[in-house]
Design a protein around this ligand. Structure first.
Ligand code: AMP
Length: 283
């Protein structure tokens, strides 16, 4: 795997591949790679000629009180893991080059970025959309893949690509889970063994909600009460939000009458974990 750190070198290489008629695929990440990231890379490998991953912990999407400084990092391990799944290029730009002195341009997606995580992390999606747009200009991909674990991020990126006429195919990849159902996340590293056991309740609550819906329940409040009951808040577990919404617009819904997104954000110890499921009523 070739490592590229400079933006100019990345753009020059990408321009060259495009001139040679090569199809470029991109998996943007913040590093500290796990099997979820690696699955995204494996899925994109057969769909492109040059597979690029970016590793960049993006300060623009972290509020001052959040975990930018202590976000886990291990570049050497990331390079080893990405090489082993056949990644061609690891693009690892520096913060000072992405956001130089005087930087002042941001991408704001207004509606789909507003609810859910947008409410508890007001600058988050502005940071995400901005860095993803910048990475697209640097890597010039034909196709990029994003995980459904970060469902609102995927919807926001799709909206930006459509609204700004970017010629990039966006693929969503299903959530990759640990054996007990916990969605893989770099932030799971923050959990103590006891909190790790409690974290499994997120997925359990989604599955209980799914079972209720498949049993014919449509009332949003009944479903959300079950979710809250399974999450069982205590000193270590605190719900940020548990909401039902339309998977396309992310607007709230009160009855599950068609495919409905159940989205969760839960603080477990110092980790803020998110997970979601599309609830599908039986026909
Ligand atoms: P991150 O490094 O957390 O910013 O994630 C980089 C990409 O990997 C994003 O598109 C995430 O949605 C995706 N991703 C992270 N965890 C998972 C997972 N457990 N399953 C599927 N995709 C994931």
């Amino acid at each position: 795997m070739r490592i590229i750190e400079s933006i100019a070198e990345m753009q020059q290489a990408a321009e060259g591949w495009r001139c040679d008629g090569k199809r470029i695929g991109l998996v943007p990440t913040m590093g500290y790679l796990h099997e979820g990231h690696l699955e995204l890379m494996r899925s994109l490998r057969p769909q492109c000629d040059v597979l690029v991953i970016s590793i960049f912990v993006n300060p623009a999407q972290f509020a001052p009180n959040e975990d930018f400084e202590r976000y886990p990092r291990d570049l050497e391990r990331d390079i080893r893991l990405a090489s082993a799944v056949g990644v061609d290029i690891g693009f690892m730009p520096q913060v000072a080059e992405i956001y130089p002195e005087g930087y002042q341009t941001y991408v704001t997606v207004t509606e789909v970025a507003a609810p859910l995580c947008g409410r508890s992390r007001p600058i988050f999606f502005r940071g995400v959309a901005t860095v993803v747009a910048k990475l697209f200009h640097m890597v010039k991909p034909h196709v990029a893949v994003f995980g459904e674990k970060d469902f609102q991020q995927l919807v926001t990126v799709r909206r930006m690509v459509q609204d700004l006429n970017m010629e990039i195919k966006i693929i969503g990849h299903p959530t990759v889970r640990e054996a007990d159902g916990l969605a893989m996340s770099s932030r799971n590293a923050y959990l103590t063994p006891e909190q790790r056991q409690k974290a499994v309740r997120l997925n359990q609550s989604l599955r209980r909600a799914q079972a209720l819906v498949q049993g014919g329940e449509q009332a949003g409040e009944v479903i959300l009460n079950k979710v809250r009951e399974v999450l069982d808040e205590d000193n270590d577990v605190r719900i940020d939000y548990a909401e039902l919404c339309d998977p396309a617009t992310l607007q709230p819904v009160t009855r599950v009458e068609g495919p409905t997104l159940l989205a969760l954000a839960v603080h477990v110890g110092v980790a803020r974990l998110i997970d979601n499921a599309i609830l599908k009523p039986t026909a």
